[in-house]
Design a binder for this molecule. Sequence first.
Ligand code: AMP
Ligand code: MG
Length: 355
Amino acid sequence: MKKKYLVLSGIIIPLILSSCSEETKPLPSQPVNEVSVSAADQEFSVRDIFAMDTFMTLKAYGEGRDKALGEAAVKITELEKLLSVTDEKSEVWMIDHAAGKTVTVSKETSEIISFMLSAAEKTNGALDPSVYPVVREWGFTTGNYRIPDDDTVSELLEMTGYRKITVSENSVTVPDGMLIDLGAAAKGYTGDVLAGIFKKNNIGSAVVSLGGNVQAVGSKPDGSDWKVSIRDPFDENGQVCIVSVSDKAVVTSGNYERFFTGEDGKRYCHIIDPSTGHPADNGLASVTVISESGILCDCLSTAMFVKGKDGAEKYWKENGGFDMIIVTSDGEVFVTEGIAGKTEMTGGKTMTVLK
Ligand code: AMP
Ligand code: MG
């Protein structure tokens, strides 16, 4: 039987590195992964949305799917309004401009901050929502990229530190001068919320791709797993492998998403190592994290990217609760044992299974 494939989020946006002014926001980062969906007999609906600086594709099967997709689209807009670090009406903006005063925020915002703070603690600060001043200094928020001098980086690092942030129920306090950004977790959290909306609407089969962060709801209508293609960090049209999942999030952090090449010829990527104030450079090209929780995947893909292969492997062995696919800068691929049987290498590389 001839199979028909529909590719979601297949748009690759080329990065323009030098032509943005200080005020201009950079173009959206490159989508990471794609989902191939074999078109079954069942009817489906698709929604394409641009939000949170990225292209999103939502696809749902079954009765009630249009209502569910409508609710999902409204929720994305609501979350974007709460979480944007640049929108002067967002709750994150309120927190960042409260001059150290305690701010009362929604359940959603406080939930994400609490989750990030605990992930920051567990990852020993590899994830740190307060690293934003450093991210901004390198130009990743505007596209006006530059390599700051060591004194500037040291001064800015003084203004970071997740342990100085407090959350109690819906109250958040960030010391004066510090700034938080939830960008490393917001899309993962959004995926979880969307999955909840589909389930509440009795949609047993849906898949969302939020700039390549994939959240699979249930399985495909024929009961088989969703197939998620993991992008080859070295080839924007290539894939490293295909991973088969049901009811799981698949989230990648990679050095090809948003980056610039310095005059020294080095690639500087948008994920900052909070211990150095420099873009993470621990030998990785991408880390994909797979688990039931979108927010966990999002936090951990960022943190594991910072930690590098050995640090990520150690963290996985000590904590568990997730799987990962690591692609190193020299093209080696490491896959944790829980997902290895569901991972098909397609790009000519071989995998080493982590146990
Ligand atoms: P992600 O694409 O999920 O890995 O998140 C990266 C985004 O989170 C960046 O664009 C920054 O805004 C922010 N960020 C960069 N480095 C870190 C870090 N170490 N911890 C938390 N957020 C970070
Ligand atoms: Mg992340």
